[in-house]
Design a protein around this ligand. Structure first.
Ligand code: NAD
Length: 498
């Protein structure tokens, strides 16, 4: 598969898709425009050029989408069909995506500024997630006998109905896969609200779902901006479950709306993960992996290792190894084939990151590697160089989520101190421990207060291992595992006294 793509080499399917604008939402299997004709624009973050106009849906159209999902739940055979038939349809859907993986990856790369090869990985992850849950749902007992004295008793599982999903812009397709696959496999219908910066791949997915034979109304996509379309979805009382992935600030608003309607909500929010680097590591190898993590997706990764807590014995050498590598990261256009790090998603995001660098220094952080604006010849995109700060973990740049290629260094002298430093955060998404002593690494990993801890690696997501956040990083987790599949069924007990 070619990775040396450029805009001039876009696949005809991608060009045709983008030319069909303004791109419409997908409701009940049909393309739907905003009633008032309003649109918004989506841009290529790597060139600054407009990619397409997209219909800007208002509350009434979002409500129609939820009604379409509810109707498909009631009136199509999606919820009622045997699990193996539904699973076969989901496998067909996965196959149709697989057949178009380059189309999806180009669309995702263009819209999100993602390095093309990483976009291919994201689409493959979506396919694998669909397949994983399609298989898992076939191996579940839908009717369980309960051994209760003096009674005949059993429990049955039913899908809930129409479920809402709001997604961020950093992993548009991959997160759609993580979110909707268990809901669909369990027999629910879905309404997806993608982020306004990265709507394209969700619309292409809805088109392919129809072509793959997923019944109309089972997968609906509403396009629009957060405070209008997103808020309308979160406010809709007809939803049976809600899932939000994004910032804690918006997560709180979504949770408030759901609470008013008594709709159960899952929140996957931000993070400020730590990497605890012990004194016995292979320094060069660890530096290589952590620099890889903080520059992956231009650091726009919720569970990234952003606070590097390094043993004082190896600190200087570790920093030298990191700086040397970060200086060599090739920043460039996401479809160029040469770039290791693409642009950040928008100018707003670039300014936010630069502001954190300034505020961090103003509060006394040392600027170990300057970072700042990066120039990419011939491209007017939102490019940045990776940066390193160091100092007290009470600094604003060490406490708040920056969401860019910026890591913050600090030192420790013993493991208890490292644990206390890593846990001194409002967030609780993911951390990692780096040591050649696996007993020591396990001991530290188990007491880090978060949904996930990794050993000698960062950003690891095998299907079957529950993923999620605690505290300000979210609630309801269990993503990518049987836990989340179970959330998409309601159980009912039936009892007959003997
Ligand atoms: P965001 O919260 O600004 O937006 C997320 C989504 O919410 C978008 O679709 C947006 O349109 C919508 N939205 C905005 N205002 C809304 C409102 N009033 N009502 C309803 N919906 C509204 O987040 P973002 O900037 O797109 O993404 C970055 C954040 O997402 C970071 O905090 C990151 O850590 C988090 N994130 C978390 C995970 C995870 O798995 N925990 C994964 C990816 C991203």
């Amino acid at each position: 598969m070619s990775t040396a793509l450029d805009q001039q080499q876009l696949l005809p399917e991608v060009t045709e898709f983008l030319a069909g604008g303004p791109l419409k939402a997908r409701i009940g299997g049909k393309e739907v425009a905003s009633s008032g004709g309003a649109t918004f624009e989506t841009y290529d973050p790597g060139s600054g050029k407009k990619l397409a106009d997209i219909c800007d849906l208002q509350a009434e159209e979002v409500d129609r989408a939820v009604e379409a999902g509810a109707q498909a739940f009631r009136e199509t055979n999606w919820a009622k069909m045997p699990a193996n038939e539904r699973s076969a349809l989901l496998h067909r859907f996965a196959e149709e995506i697989q057949n178009r993986i380059e189309i999806f990856a180009q669309i995702e790369s263009l819209d999100a500024g993602k390095i093309y090869g990483q976009a291919v990985g994201d689409v493959q992850n979506l396919i694998d997630t669909l397949r994983y849950f399609a298989d898992l749902a076939q191996n579940v007992q839908y009717r369980t006998t309960l051994a209760v004295q003096g009674h005949e008793a059993w429990q049955v599982r039913h899908p809930w109905g129409v479920c809402g999903f709001i997604f961020p812009w950093n992993f548009p397709l991959l997160l759609i896969g993580w979110g909707i696959s268990p809901a669909l496999a369990a027999g629910n219908t879905v309404v997806i609200k993608p982020a306004e910066d990265t709507t394209l791949s969700a619309l292409y997915l809805a088109k392919v779902a129809k072509e793959a034979g997923i019944p109309d109304g089972v997968i609906n996509v509403v396009t629009g901006v957060g405070p209008t379309a997103g808020a309308a979805l979160a406010n809709n009382p007809q939803l049976q479950r809600m899932s939000f992935t994004g910032s804690p600030e918006v997560g709180r608003l979504v949770a408030e709306s759901c609470a008013r309607n008594l709709v159960p909500v899952k929140l996957e929010l931000g993070g400020k993960g730590a990497a605890v680097v012990c004194d016995d590591v292979n320094i060069a190898e660890t530096a290589e992996k952590l620099v890889g993590a903080i520059t992956f997706n231009a650091g726009q990764v919720c569970c990234d290792a952003t606070r590097w807590i390094v043993h004082s014995k190896i600190y200087d050498q570790f920093v030298d190894e990191c700086v040397a590598r970060m200086k060599n990261v090739v920043v460039g256009y996401q479809l160029s084939g040469q770039a290791q790090m693409g642009p950040v998603v928008s100018e707003k995001q670039r300014l936010r990151i630069l502001d954190y660098l300034k505020r961090g220094q103003a509060e006394g952080a040392e600027l170990v590697l300057e970072g700042g604006l990066a120039e990419v010849a011939g491209r007017e995109g939102h490019y940045l160089k990776p940066a390193l700060l160091a100092g007290s973990l009470y600094n604003v740049a060490a406490r708040e989520e920056i969401f860019g290629p910026v890591a913050y260094l600090s030192t420790f002298d013993n493991d208890d101190q490292a644990i206390q430093m890593a846990n001194n955060t409002d967030y609780g998404l993911a951390n990692s421990v780096w040591s050649t002593d696996l007993d020591r690494a396990s001991r530290v990993a188990e007491v880090l207060c978060a949904g996930n801890a990794w050993i000698n690696a960062h950003n690891v997501f095998p299907h079957g291992v529950p993923y999620g956040g605690v505290h300000k990083s979210g609630m309801g987790g269990g993503v990518l595992s049987a836990d989340t599949l179970r959330d998409y069924w309601r159980t009912m007990s039936v009892v007959r006294p003997l």
